[in-house]
Design a protein. Structure first.
Length: 471
């Protein structure tokens, strides 16, 4: 039982705050169920809602923990699968079976349907962390429900009134749980490590387990990743061949960029734009059928998407510190400041890449939403993304070391970029495109250049660090 207890505590150790909050949610739901005889059956609905969302998030956390634990060497442990089964049975008993039994004893209406719904949400939570294609399917169903809310409401009422609702929910639970467990318990070789500076929009850099090991991916994700890896390999070989033919400072810098930013070559950028455009097209077409959709928000979404590159850059530069020692020895700089300047010159290319990507996303959104003032949105997005990307690059290069501090910095940059975008949109409307663009450029780009200049001076002053970051 000691091993079972340690497995049960796995979410509590890896995500302490979330685990404590969800256990408190379970206690509140239990108290509400106990108050049903005195307060009425409506309290049971609130308890069921708390248990449903709580089980969804709890089993998501549990799947995240078990995803890193279920490695090929773990299955050599004695009775590993049986103890996993015991942990699953205890979790289901806590979140679904015991509340359902209590609701039946208290004669709560639709108690069996509520219990089956909680089991289904728990299975969906497990699938969200283990079988990503199931999570994508559920997300698509929610988008379709938002597309036609009236039809979705009618279908939901018909399903609830049907006597087949409980068996159908149980069958879906078994199917989703089977697919999720098959993905989790599959024994296969470990995924190869990816570059910490790989673009986060590819999904692979965010798919790691809680213990830092790379997560297993599906066939489609592996094929897409192989295509991007092929583009980075070809770009590196072409840059190396050009440098050998004619060594120069510019080609040397291109080599460093191909090494540090493997998936930011022109071919990979074009492919990434196509993939993101396909997803954005589906989302915008679905959302446009909802009332009161503000097309101006497309520019804000595009800026958010472009700025998502820089938090990954900050984390990746810290993770790559031991590997950067090899780069230092290869470059053999005369001074430490020369080495730091080389890194700065190589990473600065992310600013024009971010601006161009933001303009591409904004232009796509303008076409899809038939925006009334496309030039105003493009000018606003271009100017704000330039200043925001300079600021984000600066603060993530010299920012805090801890994850909490980096999170606060990321929130501050994001909120500032959103305020600048909406303020700039108003400014362009009030002063006109020419004068408004000049004022906005002076404010945002002036601020970004000021932050970048200060951060550059500080980064050049610091000695290179090759120590691995503290866990």
């Amino acid at each position: 039982m000691r091993a079972v207890w340690q497995l049960w505590l796995l979410p509590c150790r890896q995500l302490q705050v979330g685990a404590v909050l969800l256990q408190l949610v379970w206690l509140v739901a239990a108290v509400l169920l106990a108050c049903v005889p005195a307060a009425g059956a409506w309290v049971a609905g609130a308890a069921a809602m708390l248990l449903g969302f709580g089980s969804w998030f709890w089993f998501t956390m549990l799947g995240l923990g078990l995803r890193g634990l279920c490695r090929p060497e773990s299955f050599l442990l004695p009775d590993f699968r049986r103890r996993l089964a015991w942990v699953g049975a205890l979790q289901l008993a806590q979140w679904a079976l015991l509340p359902t039994l209590a609701a039946l004893l208290l004669r709560v209406p639709h108690a069996l349907l509520g219990g089956a719904a909680i089991l289904l949400l728990a299975a969906l939570g497990l699938a969200a962390s283990t079988a990503r294609y199931l999570n994508l399917l559920v997300w698509g169903l929610f988008v379709l429900a938002g597309w036609q809310p009236g039809l979705a409401s009618q279908i939901a009422k018909a399903v609830i009134a049907s006597p087949w609702a409980v068996p159908l929910a149980l069958l879906l639970t078994i199917l989703i749980a089977r697919l999720s467990l098959r993905a989790m318990l599959r024994i296969e070789d470990r995924e190869t490590d990816s570059s910490p500076l790989e673009n986060a929009q590819l999904g692979r850099a965010r798919a790691g387990n809680l213990d830092g090991t790379p997560a297993r991916r599906g066939k489609l994700a592996r094929r897409i990743g192989a295509i991007f890896d092929g583009t980075s390999q070809r770009a590196m070989e072409q840059a190396l061949a050009r440098y050998r033919r004619k060594p120069s400072w510019h080609l040397r810098m291109v080599l460093v960029r191909r090494l540090l930013l493997p998936h930011d070559n022109p071919q990979a950028l074009a492919l990434r734009l196509l993939l993101v455009a396909a997803i954005v097209t589906f989302y915008v077409v679905a959302v446009m059928h909802r009332q009161r959709f503000n097309a101006v928000m497309v520019g804000a979404y595009a800026i958010l998407l472009g700025l998502s590159r820089f938090p990954q850059l900050g984390r990746g530069m810290r993770q790559m510190r031991p590997n950067l020692a090899d780069l230092y020895l290869t470059l053999a700089p005369r001074t430490r400041a020369d080495y730091q300047q080389t890194l700065l010159d190589a990473l600065t290319v992310l600013v024009p890449i971010t601006v161009l990507s933001t303009l591409a996303y904004t232009g796509l959104g303008i076409v899809l939403t038939h925006a009334a003032e496309p030039l105003r949105m493009l000018l606003d997005a271009a100017i704000v993304s330039a200043g925001a990307s300079l600021t984000a690059l600066a603060v993530h290069l010299i920012g805090p070391e801890g994850s909490f501090g980096r999170g606060l910095v990321d929130i501050g940059v994001t909120l500032g970029a959103m305020a600048a975008y909406w303020g700039g949109y108003w400014l362009l409307g009030a002063l006109g495109h020419a004068l408004g663009s000049g004022v906005l450029l002076l404010l945002t780009l002036g601020f970004g250049l000021g932050v970048w200049t200060s951060a550059r001076r500080e980064y050049l002053r610091r000695p290179p660090c090759f120590d691995a970051p503290l866990a």
